[in-house]
Design a protein around this ligand. Structure first.
Ligand code: RIB
Ligand code: CA
Length: 312
C-alpha cells in the first residue's frame, strides 16, 4: 500500500490530539514528524500536550516546538474551549521522549528535505510555521506535494462572526500559504461541523474498553461540555482529523476547486476566508475546499485508529 508521507503541524488541542492518533495509526499515512504552534494554548502547553499524547498513544516520531506567536506577534489561547492546559478532561502520561533540539520550522525543512518523495504538510492550527517554512526554505517548496489545512469557512466564523480561529490567529500566515501556488486543500468549518462527536461515537469508544479509549472519552467529554457552553453544540465538531481523513480516502469529502482569499484589513472581517464558492468573482481558483463529509466513513477511520492505538 502506497503511504502518504506527512508532517503534522498542530496546536493540541482536543481535536489536534485525535488528528495525531489518526495520522499515526492509519495505514495510508506515513507520519514523519509533529511540529507545534501556539493557538489553542501557549506554545509551551501545546508542545507539552503533543509529547503527552505521543506517550498516551505510543506515537514515536520526532516532535519539535514551533512558533509561539503569529507573524505579527499576537497570541490568544482558546482556553474557553480547550481548558487551562489546552487539553483538559483527562490525566495524560508524562512524556516518554525529549523534544527535538531544532525548532518546528527547521524540523519541517529537515523532514521535507530528507524524504525521498514529496511530502504533504497538514496544518491543524494557525499557519505560522507553514508560512515561515515557505519563506525560509523556498528551495524546498518543490519537495512539498500538498498542503492540507483545517481552517477557514465558506460561511460564518467561530472566533469572530466571519473568521475561523486558526486563520484569525494568523491571517498573514494564511495569506502566504494561499499565495504559495502549491496544491492546497482547505477543511473549513463547513465540512468539520459535520464531524460531530455523537452519543454513538461515545458508545463505540466505551465498547473498546482500553486505557486509551477511556482517556479519549474523558477528553471528548470535556470538549463536548465547553462546546455546549460556548456554541450551544452538545455534540462538538472534531475539526482536525478531517484534514488527515482527506488524505486517507478522497471520497470522504465532496469538494470544490475555487478562489479563496484572506481578508487582512476588514474592521469586522479580518481573518475571514473569502471563499468564492461559485467562482463568481473571476478570481483564479487556488484551493480545493472540502464542503460535504461522509461522516460514517470519517468516524470509521477515526475510531479504527483509536482502537489500534489502544492495543499498540
Ligand atoms: O476552529 C477550529 C480550529 O481551531 C481547530 O483546529 C481547533 O483545534 C482550533 O485550533
Ligand atoms: Ca487545532
Amino acid at each position: 500500500m502506497k503511504k502518504t508521507p506527512v508532517v503534522l503541524d498542530c496546536d493540541p488541542g482536543h481535536d489536534d490530539a485525535m488528528a495525531m492518533i489518526l495520522a499515526a495509526y492509519n495505514p495510508h499515512i506515513e507520519l514523519l514528524g509533529i511540529t507545534t504552534v501556539s493557538g489553542n494554548g501557549i506554545i509551551d502547553k501545546v508542545t507539552e500536550n503533543a509529547l503527552r499524547i505521543c506517550a498516551l498513544a505510543n506515537i514515536r516520531v520526532p516532535v519539535a516546538q514551533g512558533a509561539g506567536t503569529a507573524i505579527l506577534g499576537s497570541v490568544e489561547a482558546a482556553t474557553d474551549i480547550h481548558g487551562e492546559t489546552a487539553l483538559d478532561g483527562a490525566p495524560l502520561p508524562a512524556p516518554i521522549f525529549e523534544l527535538e533540539k531544532i525548532g518546528g520550522v527547521e524540523l519541517i525543512a529537515k523532514l521535507v528535505k530528507e524524504h525521498p518523495e514529496k511530502v504533504t504538510l497538514v496544518a491543524t492550527g494557525p499557519l505560522t510555521n507553514i508560512a515561515l517554512f515557505l519563506k525560509m526554505y523556498p528551495e524546498l517548496k518543490s519537495k512539498v506535494a500538498h498542503i492540507v489545512f483545517m481552517g477557514g469557512s465558506a460561511s460564518r466564523g467561530n472566533r469572530t462572526p466571519y473568521a475561523e480561529f486558526n486563520i484569525w490567529m494568523d491571517p498573514e500566515a494564511a495569506d502566504v500559504v494561499l499565495k504559495s501556488e502549491l496544491p492546497l486543500t482547505m477543511c473549513g468549518l463547513d465540512v468539520t461541523h459535520q464531524a460531530l462527536v455523537t452519543k454513538e461515537v461515545f458508545a463505540r469508544l466505551e465498547k473498546m474498553g482500553t486505557e486509551l479509549s477511556k482517556t479519549v472519552t474523558g477528553l471528548l467529554t470535556f470538549f463536548a461540555k465547553t462546546y455546549d457552553e460556548v456554541f450551544e453544540m452538545p455534540e462538538p465538531p472534531l475539526h482536525d482529523p478531517v484534514a488527515i481523513a482527506v488524505l486517507i480516502d478522497a471520497s470522504v469529502t465532496k469538494n470544490r476547486f475555487v478562489n479563496v482569499e484572506i481578508e487582512l484589513n476588514g474592521t469586522y472581517t479580518r481573518g475571514a476566508t473569502v471563499v468564492d464558492t461559485y467562482n463568481r468573482s473571476g478570481g483564479k481558483p487556488n484551493v480545493t475546499v472540502a464542503l460535504d463529509l461522509d461522516a460514517p466513513k470519517f468516524w470509521n477511520m477515526m475510531l479504527e485508529a483509536v482502537e489500534k492505538a489502544g492495543v499498540s
